[in-house]
Design a protein around this ligand. Structure first.
Ligand SMILES: Cc1cc2nc3c(=O)[nH]c(=O)nc-3n(C[C@H](O)[C@H](O)[C@H](O)COP(=O)(O)O)c2cc1C
Length: 417
């Protein structure tokens, strides 16, 4: 303690510095709340939200992306590949690019594909991508309960917010996997308890982005004394996303998130997903409305499209026939050892294609299916492809113009990376 106070004095040049902490300790209920990015008309988030159906790319920052199949393809986890992909998506007018996070032991999920053996950190990658793009929103996933303190997140996100000009967001996850917390020397708290911890964590961050003064706070899980974060985020606070299929997760999202990812409550078949989604989407949006807020709901489809339905189905079946069953068994084993309330109905073999719902067909059929998701209440899609770069290009040529004609997309100005 002595060491730190003497260092602070050595490096202090400003008027406002104080090495005593006179302010009163705040309670959870009295913490300040920032303005929301969607309340600024010109914020990047508000611009993205004007699209009837927002488009995002779920980045393959990890070996094998989202698909556990050995069918040959060019998808690659490298930063160079992800940069090219993000820029291509931005040029097509996509609003979002997003990276997931898992903490895996040596070998990832193994199998013939060495699924997720290499895994770039999504937060660091998204910051780098923000510096290399101009309009697309970038999201990195962060397990906030794995040793982070709210000061770290508040400061790092405020910095990423300034680097990106208000385009940076965090996907806040609480960690469902049983094998992850021990990597950090931690025990995993019970499912709903984790969301309570996340609630306190994020309420503190929000005060650090918006409060008038240094923050002293002593809560159930976190303590701060004389804490302050500057510069303040450009549009009230950085963008916040969360991903959940549970009531506790919806309640957290309703209070803090701008965008909520959900999975299909009925498995990956399109027909089952669109039938089950309206109730799920409604529950998420109602949880936000109880807080006087509005959230947008996103889902993650994998799009498998070819010029004709026959070709698309042949391609889909070829991916499935090359399923990497060993890595799929390891993946589903890890998932069922966890306590996630998402993906409960997804089939093991469907993991060969990946994603929360499979959209298969000609460009016209894909537009019909995307329209069906939109009718089910979905505001945006975070898309995965089997072979990302060529399939994104195909989407740009064949699917995007049809989406505009169908009224699901407004024309976007071309951007230069
Ligand atoms: C679209 C989507 C993306 C997710 N991304 C991640 C991720 O990158 N890392 C992670 O640990 N969990 C991720 N999750 C899991 C959720 O954060 C959450 O832990 C899980 O759904 C369990 O919470 P729940 O029981 O509230 O559904 C994701 C979930 C969804 C639906």
């Amino acid at each position: 303690m002595l060491y730190f106070s003497s260092c602070e004095k050595l490096f202090h040049f400003g008027e406002a510095y104080s090495d005593t902490v006179p302010m009163s300790t705040r309670t959870l209920q009295s913490l300040a709340r920032p303005r929301e990015p969607q309340s600024f008309q010109d914020s990047p988030l508000s611009q993205a939200m004007r699209q009837p159906l927002m488009l995002g790319v779920f980045l393959p920052l990890q070996t094998g992306g989202w698909s556990q199949s050995t069918l040959p393809r060019g998808t690659d986890w490298s930063y160079a590949y992800n940069l090219e992909l993000t820029r291509a998506a931005e040029e097509l007018g996509f609003e979002l690019a997003f990276g997931l996070s898992q903490w895996l032991p040596k070998g990832g999920f193994g199998g013939a594909t060495h699924y997720r053996y290499n895994f770039l950190d999504p937060f660091v990658s998204a910051v780098a991508l923000a510096a290399a793009t101009r309009s697309i929103l970038l999201f990195g996933t962060i397990h906030i309960l794995y040793g982070w303190h709210p000061m770290h997140l508040a400061k790092f996100l405020a910095t990423a917010d300034h680097i990106s000009g208000g385009r940076f967001g965090a996907n806040i996850v609480t960690g469902y996997a049983a094998s992850e917390p021990p990597m950090f020397g931690l025990l995993r708290p019970e499912h709903d308890r984790r969301y309570e911890m996340a609630e306190e964590f994020m309420a503190i961050c929000e005060d650090l982005w918006a409060g008038d003064d240094n923050l002293s706070f002593s809560g159930e899980h976190y303590t701060l004394e004389g804490a302050y974060v500057s510069p303040r985020p450009t549009f009230g606070r950085p963008l916040l996303v969360s991903a959940s299929g549970s009531p506790a997760g919806f309640a957290y999202a309703g209070r803090h998130s701008d965008l909520v990812f959900t999975s299909s409550p009925a498995g990956e078949r399109y027909e089952d997903a669109v039938a089950a989604l309206p109730a799920q989407v409604d529950a998420i949006k109602q949880a936000a409305r109880k807080q006087g807020r509005e959230v947008k709901v996103l889902i993650n489809p994998t799009i498998v499209s070819r010029p004709t339905r026959k070709e698309a189905e042949e391609y889909y079946h070829a991916i499935m026939e090359h399923a990497d069953l060993e890595s799929i068994a390891n993946f589903t084993g890890r998932h069922s050892a966890g306590d996630s309330q998402s993906w409960l109905e997804h089939s093991a073999r469907g993991r060969a294609v990946g994603g929360h719902v499979h959209l298969v067909g000609s460009p016209d059929e894909i537009v019909t299916q995307l329209g069906g998701l939109h009718d089910a209440g979905i505001d945006g899609v975070q898309i995965t492809f089997y072979d990302y770069l060529p399939e994104l290009a195909f989407m740009g040529e064949e699917i995007l113009p049809r989406l505009e004609r169908a009224g699901l997309r407004l024309p976007t100005p071309a951007t230069v990376a």
